[in-house]
Write a protein that binds this ligand. Structure first.
Ligand code: BES
Ligand code: ZN
Length: 950
């Protein structure tokens, strides 16, 4: 006998022995647990469960699921069967897969025409089951697992859940829908619920005749059953991850159109909202055609459905072929939806379609640590696709603001790298945050600017082609883009140069010194934003990089520790007073020097804010830029002006620029006619105002209010109370009028009240310009009778985005009792849907009259909130951040700490708690350091204001 054979033999004997021991252990635990009748052995005893890890073993790989589901919309539960074809890679005695909250009623294994019962073990903490066949399974063979199961339709918004609504005649209607990402497919059927296990799916749904059923693929046939029910069979899907499976059963009506490439697109809504589906259909057709052309990859399914679900926790979900939406993210009515609503709907459709056949569905991240590959790309594509197809929506204008949002989180020490380990369902859910979405998109935008649009596009096309129907990591993306670009490079003379070429163009990069993966790892594997400090001596610009940390001063004790080890490869861009030519310089080291070609009076770095970094120009540099803005602000682009305002105000918190100097830079805004910098400047002042208002810091708040209204009077007065103008003019109007009315500017309040009263007099029939709905309702809602009138209008309206404006106004009243009534309604979930409770709590908390109410509510109803929302979800995180993140006193900090400590003792470890505590600490510090400066600056800058502002 060869030694190999002996080794194999002894190995087999060992495995057989292990199997026997395991079976005995199971039998023992079966004796101990009384629920061992029939096939299922229930146990939470991790001792007897054969697998101890959260991630599934890779020795069994699914490749097809035959799934039959029968939801009962009267008893609100469902039964199902699933046959999973698997490849067994090596000899095994058990199969581990996911199942959560399902009662397994039968499990068999099928091979060679034989079927045998399997024992089922459950391990709740890991949401797993183990199937134990009577004999060992052999490696390199195919088997089929057959499982029967049942469960109640879920109460929340995950898994296979129920949703209800009332018709205008008051009849209650019920429907059932799925929402699986990231880890909820296991609540609907037993499955290998990890993104790497891609399979095909054949789905059957049994339903009542009065309903329709939809799934990822088109319906192939419907057969009648004796029980009066019918069963729809859907076509076999393409290979995909479990989180993309979907089905919806209920009463819906749709409209359809076909794209030029033959894909049938349909938009579904509940019957009474059917008339609001037209805009979404037009957008979906246009955008799908755009993506097919841009990526040069056809959408592979014959159909694409977009459906508005009355109860939906997030904004939308990209199930392949059946995208589900919150009603406000899909339904549009020209009379009722504003310019902002239109832009939002268009962007959400663009985002989800970008996932459909490209980032996420076709190429999926290997694991959730790289979810940014889905979400960062989809966010990036929102802008790109909408910009090309609907230029009139001016989506591009708002991209800087998107990146400011990312920076607001990433400037804190409690941020995280874009790629980040995540194991448990809560940690995985926490990955769907600003960092994955927005920072991901901003970093991609910087890369595109660095490589050029053509090179970037061809790189991502190559990546999509290479990893189609499979999975990838961040490194795969960088390597593919690098290969695509270097091939293209030398033939076209693109973004980098051979050494000799580069010598001639000092600012360009040499290809041999450029390691794209190394460069991009500095952006995705390490957290934080770089701060570039620029110092000029003669023709030399000295540049230096460090980590930008909000509220940390150079002489703080922890400064050095917080900085240690941080370094980026930063593609800098700049232009100067002497020419608008964009210079480029790749900064890899801590410090560097750039030579200027001639004399210049100013330099602007980070051209159009395409880079993800903050720039400090030093005292003199800021002085020169302030002068430039005062004298000739159009010498730099409006994006650059916005970027300067942002950078200056950010630097205040680090002590590198004083608040009065930063505010002086905003002085030029009186002349500003472009909406983007104007809104950026005003919104910053408004943020500070809100901080003062909430603190009851009456004098400063009043002075700041006076300053804002006096300083921006001309532009406020210029606004008309109509819907005319470009999208960006319309958005400026909405925001300015809302702000002015909210700050009590008399002309605004009188006009809004007049319109409100006329609207009430017409019994709500008079149609109002959509852009002014918020200021008008907000003003009306201050009076109790009007507030009640608005609440009735809210109850009766069929238009979700209109309703959300009414609700926003209702949350703005100054009466705590009425605010408490709203929270009660939100908890009841009838008039105000549970899906709207998180934003309701957050907006109430922004209102000084409601902040204590909201915070107390969260603490007292913590358990109830936990029952309604997934603890790692953005809704849940939003509630915590929204009710505490604005606090700015030490006693508030202590209160929040005490509460968070109590959560820890319940075993809850949430990243957002760390973030919130840091935010509060930074607010405290900002006020300590800047309040007196602000007061002084205001006293010097407010003239004697006429009474109209008071
Ligand atoms: N894939 C997500 C849905 C999702 C979000 C699943 C969080 C699991 C956790 C979808 O593509 C998405 O990003 N939806 C956004 C709306 C979108 C336009 C930004 C959402 O639901 O907030
Ligand atoms: Zn997404």
């Amino acid at each position: 006998m060869s030694s190999d054979y002996l080794a194999t033999f002894s190995n087999m004997a060992r495995i057989a022995k292990q199997h026997l021991v395991r079976m005995l252990r199971i039998a023992m635990s079966c004796l101990l647990v009384s629920a061992c009748s029939g096939l299922t052995i229930k146990t939470d005893n991790s001792e007897s469960f054969p697998w101890s890890k959260m991630r599934l073993p890779t020795n069994v790989v699914p490749n097809h699921y035959d799934l039959s589901i029968h939801p009962n919309l009267t008893t609100m539960n469902f039964t199902g069967t699933v046959k999973i074809s698997v490849d067994v890679k090596q000899d095994i005695s058990y199969i581990v897969l996911h199942s959560k909250g399902l009662e397994i009623t039968m499990a068999k294994i099928l091979a060679d025409g034989m079927e045998q019962d399997m024992t089922v073990l459950e391990h709740h903490p890991h949401e797993q089951i183990a199937l134990l066949p009577p004999h060992q399974l052999q490696g390199q063979r195919k088997y089929q697992l057959y499982i029967e199961f049942q469960a109640d339709l879920a109460d929340g918004f995950d898994g296979f859940y129920k949703s209800t609504y009332r018709t205008q005649n008051g009849y209650k209607r019920v429907l059932a829908a799925t929402d699986f990402e990231p880890t909820a497919a296991r609540m609907a059927f037993p499955c290998f619920d990890e993104p790497l296990f891609k399979s095909t799916f054949s789905i059957k749904i049994r339903r009542e005749r009065r309903h329709i059923a939809l799934s990822n693929m088109p319906k192939m046939q419907t057969v009648e059953h004796e029980d009066g029910l019918v069963e729809d069979t859907f076509d076999k899907s393409v290979k995909m991850s479990t989180y993309l499976v979907a089905y919806v059963i209920g009463d819906f009506r749709s409209i359809s159109a076909t794209t030029s490439t033959g894909v049938k697109i349909s938009v579904y809504a509940v019957p009474e909202k059917w008339s609001q589906t037209h805009y979404a259909l037009e957008v979906a057709v246009k955008l799908l055609e755009f993506f097919e052309a841009y990526f040069n990859i056809s959408y592979p399914l014959p159909k694409q459905d977009l459906i508005a679900i009355p109860d939906f926790q997030g904004g939308a979900m990209e199930n392949w072929g059946l995208i589900t939406y919150r009603e406000t993210a899909l339904l549009y009515d020209p009379q009722m939806s504003s310019a902002t609503d239109k832009l939002w709907i268009t962007k959400v459709i663009g985002h989800e379609l970008a996932h459909q056949q490209w980032f996420g569905n076709l190429v999926t991240m290997e694991w959730w640590n790289d979810i940014w590959l889905n979400e960062g790309f989809a966010r990036y594509m929102e802008r790109l696709s909408v910009n090309s197809t609907y230029p009139e929506l001016q989506v591009d204008d708002y991209f800087s603001n998107v990146c400011f949002g990312a920076m607001a989180k990433d400037c804190l020490n409690s941020s995280r790298p874009i790629s980040n380990p995540a194991e448990t369902p809560v940690q995985i859910m926490e990955m769907f945050d600003t960092v994955s979405y927005t920072q991901g998109a901003c970093v991609l935008n910087m890369l595109r600017d660095f490589l050029s649009e053509e090179v970037f596009q061809s790189g991502i096309i190559r990546y999509l082609e290479k990893y189609s129907y499979s999975n990838a990591r961040s490194a795969d993306l960088w390597n593919t883009i690098a290969n695509a670009s270097s091939e293209r490079e030398f033939s076209t003379g693109g973004f980098c140069y051979t050494s000799s070429q580069a010598e001639k163009r000092a600012h360009q990069y040499t290809c041999d010194s450029l390691d794209l993966r190394e460069m991009m790892d500095t952006w995705t594997q390490q957290m934080g934003i770089p701060l570039i400090t620029v110092n000029r001596t003669g023709h030399n610009i000295h540049i230096q990089q460090e980590r930008f940390l909000k509220g940390v001063l150079d002489d703080d004790a922890d400064y050095a520790t917080l900085q240690s080890g941080y370094q980026w490869h930063i593609p800098l861009t700049y232009y100067t007073s002497s020419s608008r030519h964009v210079h480029r310089h790749l900064l890899k080291s801590k410090t560097d020097t750039i030579q200027l070609e001639g004399d210049v009076s100013w330099i602007k770095f980070n051209v159009d804010m395409n880079g993800y970094y903050i720039v400090h120009y030093g005292e003199e540099g800021w002085e020169a830029l302030t002068q430039l803005l005062d004298q000739d602000h159009t010498a730099i682009s409006s994006k650059d002006r916005t970027n300067l305002i942002h950078n200056a105000l950010q630097l205040v918190s680090t002590g590198k620029l004083s608040l009065d100097r930063a505010l002086n830079l905003t002085h030029y805004l009186k002349k500003e006619t472009d909406n983007i910098p104007l809104l950026q400047g005003i919104s910053y002042l408004n943020v500070v105002y809100r901080l003062m208002e909430r603190k009851n810091n009456t004098d400063t708040a009043e002075n700041l209010k006076k300053y804002i209204l006096w300083y921006f009077k001309d532009v406020i007065d210029k606004q008309t109370w109509s819907d005319t103008g470009s999208v960006s003019e319309r958005r400026l109007r909405s925001e300015l009028l809302e702000l002015a009315c909210d700050l009590g500017y008399t002309p605004c309040v009188s006009r809004a009240s007049q319109i409100f009263n006329e609207w009430v007099a017409s019994n709500g029939t008079r149609s109002l310009p959509t852009d002014i709905l918020r200021p008008v309702f907000l003003t009306g809602a201050q009076d109790e009778e009007n507030w009640n009138y608005l609440l009735e209008a809210y109850k009766n309206s069929l238009y979700s985005s209109y309703k959300s404006k009414i609700l926003y106004a209702l949350t703005n009243c100054k009466d705590a009792e009425r605010l408490a009534k709203l929270i009660d309604l939100g908890m009841e979930g009838e008039v105000i849907r549970t899906q709207d409770l998180p934003s309701l709590i957050v907006t109430i908390s922004r209102n000084p009259a409601g902040q204590a109410l909201a915070w107390n509510f969260v603490r007292q109803n913590w358990q109830k909130l936990l029952e309604r929302f997934h603890v790692g979800s953005s809704s849940f995180r939003g509630i915590l951040k929204g009710t505490t993140g604005h606090f700015s006193t030490k006693s508030e900090l202590e209160e929040v700490k005490t509460f968070f400590d109590s959560l820890k003792s319940q075993g809850l470890q949430l990243k957002v708690t760390e973030l919130v505590l840091e935010m509060i600490q930074k607010n405290i510090r900002w006020l300590e350091r800047n309040l007196h400066v602000l007061n002084k600056w205001l006293s010097e800058n407010i003239p004697l204001a006429p009474a109209v502002f008071l």
